[in-house]
Ligand binder design. Structure first.
Ligand code: NAI
Length: 342
């Protein structure tokens, strides 16, 4: 059973992005993934070529080919550039970010058997990018919530919970303070739960107390549904429960397109040293192969996803680890260790 040949856009990104991306491409090729990569730039790499941080050609290519594997991108701070990632997610309406946070074999952390799914609303909230200076010394950032987007993400989360046979959804919010915006977010979730998915468990937690409960005992939660900023912050918090940013993958879904990328950023502190962990992006690529299998009925893609997952599980069990996980392998050596186990 082989995978059908297909084009996929690849955005190597900035910082550690090109290193982890090429390691992942090597693993996928060795596993027999039939992918013709269509390279495009975003972030600093695009600026260096004289384009905008989010070039229209990159967006067009993702629309044409339906999906992308993306390395992390750096947005220059305080130079008038709006975030690469926020632009991409908004322009392509990639409204649902999914971040599975799971314990991995061979990685000792405080908790065993962590199995959380974070669903983050990706298009509005405080990341609407509407900021202004009211008067010198007074600035404002607007938090936007719309009924359409809050309902859409709630419905997406409950549908996902049903397909994946998850136990329940917990919304983390601050509706006690942000009564209108977070109030709307929880009201939409309550409505979808009550009217469309009454059999899926549903809870609400004020986010500060919810975070405390998460780090005390993550098994109290199953799926987390959050607005944009909370989803961003809580994703990194949850990464800390299973070994860090090197091991948490992600995907951004719209109705038509999908972009697969790790939760971590471009990690300028370790860029260019061949020490970054490529696993988070590799796990994102496994999500991509499973998506191809589900969406396009390509069982070959699903089989390769399983082969790659088994290989990295075995590599970790055998003690092959990068430095962030307490090992001593570099990016390329870790990719080689996975390839040996395919
Ligand atoms: P970061 O995630 O890049 O790094 C945080 C810490 O985690 C650093 O100590 C870094 O060395 C470590 N780390 C991250 N990924 C790692 C990996 N694969 N292996 C080993 N260690 C890893 O977050 P930071 O420093 O806040 O952001 C740096 C840049 O990345 C910023 O320009 C930010 O805008 C951008 N960023 C981009 C994202 C994306 O493109 N999806 C997401 C998050 C941040």
């Amino acid at each position: 059973m082989t995978m059908n040949q297909r084009n996929i856009v690849v955005i190597p990104g900035d910082g550690i992005g090109p290193e982890v991306t090429s390691a992942v491409q090597r693993v996928l090729e060795s596993a027999g993934a039939a992918i013709d990569w269509i390279p495009h730039h975003a972030g600093l790499a695009a600026l260096a070529e004289g384009s905008d941080v989010m070039p229209p050609e990159t967006i067009e290519a993702i629309k044409e080919h339906g999906m992308a594997l993306k390395g992390p991108c750096t947005t220059p701070v305080g130079k008038g550039f709006s975030s690469v990632n926020v632009q991409l997610r908004k322009k392509m309406n990639l409204y649902a970010a999914v971040r599975p946070v799971r314990s991995l074999p061979g990685i000792k952390t405080r908790f065993e058997n962590v199995d959380l799914i974070i669903i983050r609303e990706n298009t509005e909230g405080l990341y609407s990018g509407i900021e202004n200076e009211v008067t010198p010394g007074v600035v404002m950032s607007m938090k936007v919530a719309t009924e359409v987007a809050c309902t859409r993400i709630a419905r997406w989360a409950f549908r996902y919970a049903t397909h994946r046979q998850r136990k329940g959804i917990s919304v983390l919010h601050k509706a006690n303070i942000m009564k209108l915006t977070d109030g709307l977010f929880i009201r939409c979730a309550q409505q979808i739960h009550k009217q469309e998915y009454p059999n899926i468990g549903y809870q609400e937690h004020i986010i500060d107390a919810g975070c405390m409960r998460l780090v005390q005992d993550p098994s109290q939660f199953d799926m987390l549904l959050l607005e944009n900023l909370y989803g961003d912050v809580v994703s990194d918090l949850c990464a800390g429960l299973v070994g860090g940013l090197g091991v948490v993958p992600g995907a951004n879904f719209g109705d038509e397109h999908a972009v697969f990328e790790a939760v971590h950023g471009s990690a300028p502190d370790i860029a260019g040293k061949n020490i970054a962990n490529p696993l988070a992006l590799l796990m994102s690529a496994v999500m991509m192969l499973n998506y191809i299998a589900d969406r396009q009925g390509d069982a070959g893609a699903g089989k390769i996803a399983t082969t790659v997952r088994d290989a990295y599980d075995r590599a970790l069990e055998d003690g092959c680890k990068t430095r962030d996980l307490g090992g001593d392998l570099g990016t390329d050596a870790f990719a080689d260790a996975i390839i040996e186990r395919l």
